[in-house]
Design a protein around this ligand. Structure first.
Ligand SMILES: *[C@@H]1O[C@H](CO)[C@@H](O)[C@H](O)[C@H]1NC(C)=O
Ligand SMILES: *[C@@H]1O[C@H](CO)[C@@H](O)[C@H](O)[C@H]1NC(C)=O
Ligand SMILES: *[C@@H]1O[C@H](CO)[C@@H](O)[C@H](O)[C@H]1NC(C)=O
Ligand SMILES: *[C@@H]1O[C@H](CO)[C@@H](O)[C@H](O)[C@H]1NC(C)=O
Length: 390
């Protein structure tokens, strides 16, 4: 599509070049120096964090690292869902050329505690800035605090109600006021496809932006999607059981496009162009699953705000629990057990398709190819290379 063209011309080198440059830069440039490069004065010490991910990468789980921070953090869970919904009403699919500038503008406003643009995408439209329809309000502690909890109204149905207390519909004027009082702001989103489209946020000195891109082995993502979004992945499920079914090139192309988008964002981030210097961190799902506490602390260190005990406690509680009834967006799990599960869930045939479509992306992130069926299901063979990205 059109919006990819300029990125391709800025990234003329190969994957291994990116790594070489990145590792060289890290040797020469310790963290303290990298951070001093970013001008923070205009933000008054306020940090704005965007957790960028795609579906099934554990972004709800990682979003909690910020949601649980405590009273200094204003956290929003997937606000762009409203935008994506409205923009795809006609076509069924969101056109990235149209959507990405809108995502950028909505995010920019939200980071500045202004809900007005988002309001125009909420259905039904809020009345006097009050809405009962904000997606997953209950996943945001900041939107369920006492100070913005209007009296509960039995007559109004709220699908995304607060969990810790009963509140009436959300008054966005109050939400905005609360947001302005919080020191730091974090948003998680699976909608943004190209990091480059957010350049104007990175360049706004009021924000002192930090981007954390969360990635996961595309083979594991596919296995997870086939379970979570069963009807959308019907064709993949049929391939899984029917040896002779011909491959639908369209489906494979979609997969490749997604992988390429993720890879291109990461390549730009890892290159650290001046506008992103000190503002980008790449995190793999697999590392978080195995070392959640360490990775969370690293993220806080990168952002430059203190790692709180409330986050620590939440992580302890939510990574040691064993099997618990879990919904599609559940965040409670035995994290280290998750990492290799996919290897027994999808057949080698599908693994090969993903490896072909997403090879470059996998190499960039250190996901090793399974060369055959035995290697795929041999747990003594790790398919994840140790990598340091920051
Ligand atoms: C997306 O929208 C742009 C601008 O309206 C249009 O030029 C382009 O053809 C659309 N792309 C697709 C895939 O529909
Ligand atoms: C929010 O942004 C809109 C522009 O989209 C502007 O008109 C409005 O004044 C802003 N609200 C506040 C409270 O700054
Ligand atoms: C929402 O909160 C604001 C700020 O307290 C208040 O002025 C306004 O009346 C509230 N809106 C409604 C519809 O109650
Ligand atoms: C989590 O899974 C790992 C790996 O299978 C296992 O060793 C560990 O005992 C499990 N922990 C809990 C609390 O279930």
């Amino acid at each position: 599509t059109d919006h990819l063209a300029p990125i391709a011309t800025i990234v003329p080198f190969t994957v291994s070049d990116v790594f070489f440059r990145v590792s060289k830069k890290l040797v020469n440039l310790p963290r303290s120096i990298q951070q001093s490069v970013s001008p923070a004065s205009a933000s008054g010490g306020r940090k704005h964090v965007l957790l960028l991910a795609t579906t099934r990468t554990g972004s709800s789980f990682v979003g909690e690292f910020f949601n649980q921070q405590g009273s200094n953090m204003f956290y929003l869970f997937e606000p762009l869902r409203h935008v994506a919904r409205m923009l795809s009403v006609k076509t069924g699919r969101t056109n990235a050329t149209v959507a990405e500038p809108v995502y950028r503008d909505v995010l920019h406003q939200l980071f500045l505690c202004n809900f007005s643009l988002l309001e125009s995408f909420i259905k039904p439209p809020p009345k006097d800035h009050v809405t009962a329809a904000l997606f997953r309000r209950g996943s945001s502690q900041s939107l369920c605090e006492e100070s913005i909890c209007s009296p509960f109204d039995r007559k109004v149905f709220e699908q995304f109600h607060c969990l810790e207390r009963r509140c009436g519909p959300l008054n966005l004027t109050l939400a905005s006021q609360s947001c302005m009082q919080k020191k730091h702001h974090a948003i998680k989103s699976v909608r943004v496809q190209q990091l480059e489209t957010l350049r104007s946020l990175a360049e706004d000195p009021r924000l002192d932006m930090k981007f954390i891109q969360l990635v996961r082995d595309p083979r594991a993502i596919l296995a997870s999607q086939m379970v979570a979004f069963s009807s959308e992945y019907k064709i993949w499920k049929r391939w899984a059981v029917d040896e002779d079914l011909p491959v639908d090139e369209d489906e494979v192309r979609k997969l490749k496009e997604n992988c390429d988008n993720i890879r291109m964002s990461a390549e730009i981030g890892l290159m650290q162009p001046p506008w992103l210097r000190g503002r980008y961190m790449l995190v793999r799902y697999e590392d978080i699953a195995q070392f959640p506490m360490r990775k969370a602390a690293e993220m806080y260190g990168f952002i430059g705000i203190p790692f709180t005990t409330t986050v620590e406690e939440w992580i302890l509680k939510n990574t040691q629990a064993s099997k618990k009834a879990s919904g599609v967006y559940s965040t409670q799990r035995n994290s280290s057990e998750q990492v290799d599960k996919w290897r027994f869930r999808i057949p080698f045939k599908l693994v090969q398709l993903v490896q072909k479509a997403c090879g470059h992306t996998m190499t960039l992130f250190g996901y090793k190819f399974a060369e055959n069926k035995d290697m795929l299901i041999d747990k003594s063979v790790s398919l994840i290379e140790e990598r340091t990205f920051l």
